[in-house]
Design a protein around this ligand. Sequence first.
Ligand SMILES: CC(C)(COP(=O)(O)OP(=O)(O)OC[C@H]1O[C@@H](n2cnc3c(N)ncnc32)[C@H](O)[C@@H]1OP(=O)(O)O)[C@@H](O)C(=O)NCCC(=O)NCCS
Length: 212
Amino acid sequence: MAEWLDVNQVCEAPWEPELPPEAIEMSRRALPEVIRTERLVLRPYGFEDVDDVLVYAADKQWAQYLPVPAPYSRDDAIEFLARQVLLDRVVNPAWAITFEGSVVGGINIRFNFEDLIGEMGYAIARGLWGRGLVTEAARAVLDKAFGTHSDLQRVRAMADARNLASQRVMEKIGMQREGLLRRNRLHRGDLVDEVWFGVLREEWAQGRARIS
Ligand SMILES: CC(C)(COP(=O)(O)OP(=O)(O)OC[C@H]1O[C@@H](n2cnc3c(N)ncnc32)[C@H](O)[C@@H]1OP(=O)(O)O)[C@@H](O)C(=O)NCCC(=O)NCCS
């Protein structure tokens, strides 16, 4: 049998993709479980948060652009929390946003260690919109992500093109609008355009230097 058809050799071949050394280094470290900002405490979700989650997630306006069940039930909140509790906090750290003692939203970043990038998502209860709270949370998570992973090259975020508040948050944390993907997703029967934003490591570092 020709060497390239040797089944045993194929089966013995290592199946894991080879990662560059810096990616392996990145993948070993976790972002802090608790992040404190001026007004917020970001900490992992727990099952005890079910009532708080239900309060903001059952609001149709809150859910308008999000891929969440609508109407949103208590079982949906429990299922969401189960997924949060089981998260791999190295690859996909997520935090409940707590404000004045209650859980009012969430923020997460998912790392792709092979490509040295991260993708951020966030949401907060409607009653608190427009007070700069998600901008505050997102800046803190961005700082921890670039600060913890010295080889992280880029963080990106995506919004439904109609979601102007979310795009404004991305701008305020130093991201640039990079592209519009037309009719890129079916959301509750509507084909929606998606806007992508991103910030590169050096842009984040320059922004930090300007603030301090
Ligand atoms: C999008 C969201 C996270 C923003 O959170 P937030 O805490 O209100 O954001 P901030 O207060 O930090 O900043 C919001 C900015 O958007 C602006 N904004 C709000 N509504 C806007 C609108 N319709 N058009 C343009 N700008 C708008 C605000 O004025 C503010 O900008 P400013 O500081 O320059 O005045 C929040 O609205 C939310 O949770 N929505 C539901 C979930 C969601 O859509 N998540 C994002 C998915 S990509």
